[in-house]
Design a protein around this ligand. Structure first.
Ligand SMILES: Cc1ncc(COP(=O)(O)O)c(C=O)c1O
Length: 416
């Protein structure tokens, strides 16, 4: 099928939930995606933070080949070898005690919300005073299911589906006074993305994160850290909260965990885990043999090839090159992020759209979030030579920015 025939069929047959860019990808290798004409694109987005080991990584191919020749599915009625082996790794790297496996980010976040409500209920049954309200942050994004959208700040994701889950209040980002004024024994959990992704690559401040931890400690509310975009090595640590020296009670993972095979995970402390008893929560596919085998291969590869150090190093180089670009181009108003989760804020949404579209034409994939922020979530195997190509191309485009501004309406990717 050609791109045109696929576009025609999709526009008739699929729900109109995405504004796709007009490119047809048929393959990939290393940090490149390949289109139907055989052209390679330098991928600085990795499928919105998923393909951390790039494309056709031998460890992932091997895990899929071997596991698919043995066993794909058992259901959670029975044991298989993968879940415990993966849980050992996840608890080691996170500092948390127990894992619930699912299939996507939003499901992991739903599990976290349900656990927080259940834990508050358990605490009340023991005579503690604790309510059912969540505090979430302005500009947050936690997913698309009903609980997740209720804790997601942007009105366009939430309001069409009203009434969403009640009992959520929003706190101004990094505003400790607002956090303290809204916190009480009515709060069952504080929800934080340590680095907001959809919100424009915004790291939470040390002071704010510490205040949230301290407030939760004071009442027994849970601190929930959504690491679906920032977790599993993206920032150069296994979890972004490790940059802050703060351990949440619950964290969530998805995107890169199984290298492109759908998987999510909710991790929590022993204490919080007591709130779930058999039958309270579950999933048919979650923690299946294939996803577990691939996730083990991803984690072992990151460890064996010392990729976290590499993310620190190449992320630092990328940041310094972007900062140098910011000195040269007034239209860059900020460069921020951690490791290989980077954002470049421009002074106009139109320019950000035009730059994103022009990068694509020049076979470099990035996207735009929060209207005017260029987002970079490249594979962890990115090298300095790829950064140099991206920076030189961005420099050329920004130098000619008046020519490009307003030439495109390339959409902001509306999927986190
Ligand atoms: C921080 C965060 N939480 C939750 C989600 C939802 O994940 P999924 O799209 O896998 O449901 C995303 C997706 O972008 C995300 O970035």
């Amino acid at each position: 099928m050609t791109l045109a025939s696929i576009q025609a069929a999709e526009s008739k047959l699929l729900l109109h939930t995405y504004e796709r860019n007009p490119y047809l990808f048929v393959g990939g290798h290393d940090v490149y995606l390949t289109d139907s004409e055989g052209k390679d694109y330098l991928d600085l987005l990795s499928g919105i933070g998923v393909s951390a080991l790039g494309y056709r990584h031998p460890a992932i191919e091997k895990a899929i080949r071997e596991q698919s020749s043995r066993l794909l599915h058992t259901s959670n009625l029975f044991y298989h070898e993968g879940t415990a082996n993966l849980a050992v790794r996840l608890t080691e790297i996170s500092g948390l005690d127990r894992v619930f496996f699912c299939n996507s980010g939003t499901e992991a976040w739903e599990a976290a919300l349900k656990l927080a409500r259940a834990y508050a209920g358990l605490s009340r049954s023991k005579g503690k005073r604790i309510g059912t309200t969540f505090l979430a942050l302005e500009h947050s994004f936690h997913g698309r299911t009903m609980g997740s959208v209720a804790t997601t700040h942007k009105a366009k994701y939430r309001e069409p589906f009203a009434p969403v889950m009640p009992g959520v209040e929003f706190v101004r980002f990094n505003d400790i006074a607002d956090l303290r004024s809204k916190f009480s024994d009515q709060i069952c959990a504080i929800c934080i993305e340590p680095v907001q992704g959809e919100g424009g690559i915004q790291p939470v401040s040390n002071e704010f994160f510490a205040a949230a931890r301290e407030l939760c400690n004071s009442t027994g509310a849970l601190l929930l850290a959504d690491e679906i975009q920032s977790g599993l090595g993206r920032t150069g640590e296994w979890f972004a909260y490790q940059h802050y020296g703060i351990l949440p009670d619950v964290t969530t993972l998805a995107k890169p965990i199984a290298g492109g095979i759908p998987m999510g995970a909710m991790l929590c402390s022993e204490k919080a885990s007591a709130a779930f008893t058999p039958g309270m929560h579950g999933t048919t596919f979650g923690g299946g043999p294939l996803a577990c085998a691939v996730a083990i291969a991803v984690i072992d590869t990151i460890r064996e090839t010392r990729l976290l150090e590499h993310v620190h190093q190449v992320g630092g180089y990328f940041t310094s090159q972007l900062q140098a670009l910011a000195k040269k181009h007034d239209c860059i108003t900020d460069v921020r992020g951690l490791g290989l989760m980077l954002g470049v804020e421009l002074n106009s949404a139109e320019l950000a759209a035009a730059v994103t579209a022009e990068m694509m034409k020049r076979q470099i994939i990035i996207n735009r979030t929060s209207e005017n922020v260029l987002r970079f979530l490249p594979p962890y195997i990115l090298e300095q030579k790829h950064v140099d190509i991206a920076i030189a191309t961005l420099d050329e485009i920004l130098t000619a920015n008046t020519a490009y501004a307003g030439t495109s309406n390339a959409g902001e990717h509306a999927n986190g």
